[in-house]
Design a protein around this ligand. Structure first.
Ligand SMILES: [Zn+2]
Length: 265
């Protein structure tokens, strides 16, 4: 079994403020270590379920957060960014049996994580087909477009609750619960144990029934903090300015949605 893992940091066990997520900052090493440990736990769960190849996308910031020495021998890690449309699931293709998302966070504007955002912090809200759009929604749909079902998600509690109906066999583990500027965090080792167990259970399901249905049409709307960003980005092909801070695109192709993310989010 071939398993794809995408890992972020803002939904791991205790990250609460931006300096914990930024390479080179004082609080960062502990958070990067926790991201490493949660990803390692996911690998162990996957191996227990029968995985013999794992590709990990280090999908936060520099793309160089996870300690490569911590990953098992049957895994490879994709570090850095090509700038291409697959972004947080770069490296995924039709050869994978399932996708797993670790350390993900609530969408832009959501109150359940002080670090909530969608891809960048330029927006106050991103909506896909009228609903809040998290990075998890974008990139698990991307995985589905390659025929790869998403079966496990860990992150903040609000994200896990918001995402539970996105995939038919999705199992979730929440690592912390936020409100405004605070987080109430589960014990980090417990989070790793729950991830290991959850990933194993998720991958032992009947994966043939785990693929979600991809919508036939997409309406993507971004509301920016700065009106100048809305005006500027409304020039990206397919978008229109719909009010002082908001742009909108309609398309039938998920690729159009994914392709614009590195440019205008
Ligand atoms: Zn991140």
């Amino acid at each position: 079994m071939r398993v794809f893992i995408s890992a972020d940091i803002e939904g791991t066990a205790f990250t609460t403020v931006w300096p914990e997520t930024g390479k080179g900052q004082e609080d960062y090493p502990a958070a990067a270590r926790q991201m490493t440990l949660e990803t390692k736990a996911a690998c162990e769960g996957a191996i227990a379920a029968g995985a013999d190849y794992i590709l990990i996308k280090d999908a936060h910031g520099s793309g160089r957060n996870i300690d490569p020495n911590a990953i098992p021998a049957c895994a490879e890690i994709l570090r850095g960014w090509s700038g291409g449309p697959l972004a947080m699931v770069e490296g995924i293709d039709e050869s994978f049996d399932a996708a797993v998302f670790i350390g993900y966070h609530s969408a832009a504007g959501k109150i359940g994580n002080p670090l909530s955002h969608t891809y960048s912090t330029a927006t106050t809200q991103v909506r896909l087909n009228g609903e809040d759009c998290s990075e998890f929604k974008l990139y698990s749909l991307c995985a589905a477009s390659f025929g790869v079902p998403t079966v496990f998600l860990s992150g903040d509690k609000m994200l896990t609750e918001d995402s539970k109906d996105l995939h038919p066999m999705l199992k979730t583990v929440w690592a912390k619960d936020g409100f405004g500027g605070y987080t109430r965090c589960r014990q980090p080792q417990l989070v790793c144990d729950l991830i290991r167990q959850g990933v194993e259970e998720a991958l032992k399901q009947d994966l043939g029934r785990a693929l979600c249905k991809i919508p036939e049409k997409f309406v993507l709307e971004l509301s920016y903090k700065e009106h100048r960003d809305a005006v500027c980005n409304s020039n990206y092909p397919g978008f229109k300015l719909i009010d002082s801070h908001t742009i909108r695109m309609e398309t039938e192709d998920l690729f159009d949605v994914l392709r614009c993310v590195p440019f205008i989010f």
